[in-house]
Design a protein around this ligand. Structure first.
Ligand code: C2E
Ligand code: CA
Ligand code: CA
Ligand code: CA
Length: 277
């Protein structure tokens, strides 16, 4: 077929094939990786304005034996589409509970934040699964913050609200991830038992230079204050961003300026010394 087709067609076909191929190996190899040391959760600390650690977000890291580091931006969507997210989610919850138990032994009671896929949240047995796991591990629910993106919240607000209420009874707290990028009807904020908003890094990275982003971030902080919500800014990379956010009473910051996502042991060192690495 090569001699019949121009370069463009050949490239197109190759591109298409490699996308299908990628999808196939991702799905196949991810299933193999879950439960092995290939897949770990790193923690990115969050810091308050006094420089102290206030918690941390768990982020999946996959080191493929042949392909090296694979970004979660690549494998999480595949996991969501294929149903592997359930397995990945229970593995993450187990990991989070074990990490929380290690913290507890050190006398620390920081909460850990876990990314929860919409599919996971709306799984019929999700609440029961969370309750059973917390009980069997002996971890109080108020040590977990579930980060959820806006999209799912508005799709079926009634069902989502019920699900969140049930989980709230276990002590679980909720954070809206990537806040400020998606939906503009904010009525849902009143209807859900929310604890926190996480300002998306695309907004954070434009302050303090872009006047529109400044206005939006200020608006989010003022609104959160009225609604009694905590605000965390993610993707903080510069001192100027950090200064701006704390000056405007943002509660905690997360980003490369302060610390990158790191293995749990390294995070424990940060917690112990209460210092930026
Ligand atoms: P997210 O929840 O919005 O996570 C924040 C992303 O920003 C992470 O990317 C983090 O490494 C990155 N980040 C942190 N600080 C900075 C910074 O200062 N600058 C920049 N440019 N980036 C920063 P990561 O780890 O590649 O994760 C990508 C996405 O994959 C996450 O976005 C989350 O939606 C998803 N994800 C990661 N781990 C899990 C997981 O265990 N379960 C689920 N369901 N989703 C996950
Ligand atoms: Ca997140
Ligand atoms: Ca985010
Ligand atoms: Ca994101």
């Amino acid at each position: 077929a090569k001699q019949h087709s121009g370069n463009q067609v050949t490239f197109y076909e190759q591109g298409l094939q490699s996308e299908v191929e990628q999808r196939l190996w991702l799905e196949h190899d991810l299933l193999q990786a879950i439960g092995t040391p290939q897949l770990v959760l790193h923690i990115q600390p969050q810091f308050g304005c006094d420089g102290r650690v206030t918690g941390g977000e768990l982020l999946a890291r996959w080191t493929h034996p042949a392909r090296g580091a694979v970004s979660p931006a690549l494998f999480i969507p595949v996991a969501e589409e294929t149903g592997l997210i359930g397995l990945l989610g229970s593995w993450s919850l187990q990991f989070a509970c074990d990490a929380l138990l290690s913290l507890q032994k050190l006398g620390e009671t920081y909460p850990l934040s876990l990314n929860i896929s919409p599919k996971q949240l709306m799984e019929p047995q999700f609440t029961e699964y969370i309750r059973d796991t917390l009980e069997s591990k002996g971890v109080p629910g108020n040590r977990l913050i579930f980060e959820i993106t806006e999209g799912v919240l508005i799709r079926d607000i009634q069902a989502v609200a019920q699900r969140m209420q049930a989980l709230s009874l276990l002590g679980i707290r909720f954070s809206i991830d990537d806040f400020g990028t998606g939906y503009s009807n904010l009525a849902y904020l009143k209807r859900l038992p929310l604890y926190e908003l996480k300002i998306d890094k695309s907004l954070v990275q434009d302050v303090p230079n872009d006047s529109d982003s400044i206005a939006i971030v200020q608006l989010i902080l003022a609104m959160a204050d009225q609604l009694n919500l905590r605000v965390v800014a993610e993707g903080v990379e510069t001192e100027a961003q950090s200064r701006f956010l704390f000056e405007h009473a943002c509660h905690a910051l997360q980003g490369y300026l302060l610390a990158r996502p790191m293995p749990f042991d390294a995070w424990l060192d940060v917690v112990r010394t209460r210092q930026r690495p």
